[in-house]
Design a protein around this ligand. Structure first.
Ligand code: 13P
Ligand code: 13P
Ligand code: MG
Ligand code: MG
Length: 367
């Protein structure tokens, strides 16, 4: 049977209210635009915060013109509705009017993978709002390389040899493939600097699965580099397969039991704790946050997604939510001070040049 492609494509095409969440009319518009499609095998529409998320399966492979055009057209139509309703920042993530077949570099975030379906194919789409692609470095690393997270790395012979990480240097536009566990410390030297080095894909090593088909993929679009100015953050998505030669579902979800710090939050310029939530709670209200992550799980069968399971809608994540709320309080008390506020070079925008211009002539040299 031909391979299945799972595409997660997302954009903020208008917030309701402010940057909090997605208006139901935009979800409805997306639904109406995808349902008639004869390219898709299946789809599921959801939202994380103010990001409209299109999850789709098809047989067109990655970077398909048809699938990308369909997504673009859907975002365009949703933008029109957002304008009619006067939603906040209508069309925020659609940076170009001239679509030419590929949505990459146009503003939306994309995580796509083509793979040979196994007998049972558990797959999770993770979606984050108010943060950046590097926010996935810690959880993806833990799932595929940390034996304290993933018991299978120690006790399951089929994953004992570890995984290969494709890591992108998003400042230099280059990439490197590195092996865990043997290069683990070097991998961490890079991906700990999550504003620059991001995990793009993970591949299996020798074992049950084809070594050229990714088992995890993360969107790595950087809006501020695309537009050359602040136009909204690159709230990321990731797709992760699990079980039978891969980390178990619970090992894929386990890293989110900890409210780790990510950058983004208010005005894309603050560090704050991620909060794992069910889809209904993916509403960024506290200082436009705290940054949220949702996880929607599927059992893919013959390219069909079947029922969606809202995986963080579970009291097991209450302690992580409480931890996040507590850390949010702690961080907020720093107000405009680092490390709550991001270092100057990482802020989405800053008044500093204006302040410096105003003070020109008042700075005296000191010996
Ligand atoms: P306004 O300047 O329109 O309030 O937008 C700022 C903003 O929303 C940054 O996230
Ligand atoms: P979004 O990137 O989710 O639109 O958030 C913008 C922002 O700056 C919120 O304060
Ligand atoms: Mg927004
Ligand atoms: Mg957003």
């Amino acid at each position: 049977m031909s391979k299945t492609t799972f595409s997660a494509i997302k954009a903020d095409v208008g917030g309701f209210p402010g940057h909090a969440t997605v208006h139901p009319k935009l979800m409805e518009t997306a639904e109406n635009n995808l349902k008639g499609s004869d390219i898709l095998l299946d789809y599921h529409i959801t939202h994380c915060g103010d990001d409209l998320e299109l999850l789709m399966t098809h047989r067109q492979g990655e970077d398909s013109d048809e699938v990308h055009s369909l997504a673009w057209d859907t975002f365009k139509k949703a933008t029109e509705v957002a304008k009619e309703l006067g939603l906040y920042g209508a069309g925020q993530d659609l940076l170009s009017d001239a679509f030419s077949g590929n949505i990459r570099g146009m503003g939306p975030g994309i995580a796509e993978m083509e793979f040979t379906e196994r007998k049972a194919e558990p797959l999770v789409a993770f979606m984050m709002d108010k943060t950046e692609p590097g926010a996935f470095n810690l959880p993806i690393f833990k799932t595929f390389a940390d034996p304290f997270n993933t018991a299978g790395l120690v006790i399951d012979p089929s994953i004992h040899s570890g995984f290969t990480f494709e890591i992108w240097d998003i400042k230099e536009s280059s990439r490197v493939f590195m092996d865990a566990p043997n290069e683990m410390y070097d991998i961490l030297a890079l991906i700990g600097a999550k504003g620059r080095f991001v995990i793009k894909r993970v591949f299996p090593k020798e074992g049950k699965l084809p070594t050229d088909e990714p088992v995890a993929v993360v969107s790595t679009e950087k809006l501020y580099q695309i537009a050359g100015e602040y136009v909204g953050k690159d709230d990321p998505v990731a797709v992760v397969r699990s079980q039978s030669g891969l980390p178990a579902l619970g090992e894929v979800l386990e890293p989110y039991s900890h409210a780790f710090l990510v950058s983004g939050w208010m005005r894309g310029s603050h560090n704050g704790p991620i909060m794992p939530v069910g889809v209904d709670q993916a509403r960024c209200t506290r200082f436009d946050g705290p940054p949220r992550v949702i996880a929607v799980g599927f059992q893919i069968k013959d390219g069909k997604m079947g029922m969606a399971s809202d995986l963080f809608d579970d009291p097991a994540y209450d302690p992580a939510r409480e931890e996040s709320a507590l850390i949010a309080n702690y961080m907020r008390r720093h107000g405009p001070f680092e490390p709550h506020r991001l270092p100057l070079e990482d802020m989405e925008y800053t008044t500093l040049p204006k302040v410096m211009t105003k003070l020109k002539g008042r700075f005296e040299s000191v010996e």
